[in-house]
Design a protein around this ligand. Sequence first.
Ligand code: PEP
Length: 252
Amino acid sequence: MPRRKLVAGNWKMNTTRAEAVALAQGVAAGVGASPKCDVAVIPPFVWLDPVAAALKGTAVQLGAQDVYTEPKGAFTGEISPAMLLEVGCQYALVGHSERRHVIGETDAATNHKVHAALEAGLHVILCIGETLAERERNLQERVFQRQVYAACAGLTDEQFGRLTLAYEPVWAIGTGKVATPELAQEAHKNIRARMALLYGDNIAGALPILYGGSLTGDSAPGLFAQPDIDGGLVGGASLKADSFLKIVAAAG
Ligand code: PEP
């Protein structure tokens, strides 16, 4: 079965409440009732509720930028998978490079988060990717292996069906340095081959792998034309409806 593309906008720690609602409304209006790909927006936690209300009855789905491992309890500052479901999220982002490299999240923590989110019924977008120093030492394939092996350990076949990977070379995130279609395709093909070795051809063949890293309306068509690139995770260009919609149009 062909893999359906997904374009997801990670708003990071941006937008006021009013901007978030207006952006969600603009994306929903531009996407229409039956888009050719899946579309999701991922606002800050505090705007999930008003954005969910703005998206009600539209084709745009909702995601959270992170999730905690426990269902409830004394975990000050954290948000559980059940809370995300109750507010209307379908997706949780796990292991974003800013969480790994700025906040210090470990591979083991990403594994616990992936499990908690999938067990609760969410879809997970798991981010992986090498730093510039790792690419300069040609270590990217080892990094993919380590990150996917650690994060996916113990998942069932059914849970793999709700997992999406996002390949985000850290040197391309927010830097304006987008990977070329050829380089990104090589990385995606490699990641899929590694998933096939670890978890079998069926899981690897069905797994959507998004590209992320300075994606724009100009670079998206070339990247999305590659056989192993199944859409995009978009940061900066998702903060304006028109630039995000250009990327969505490239996935149609
Ligand atoms: C991201 O952080 O997920 C991302 C891809 O950011 P940007 O598009 O701004 O590089």
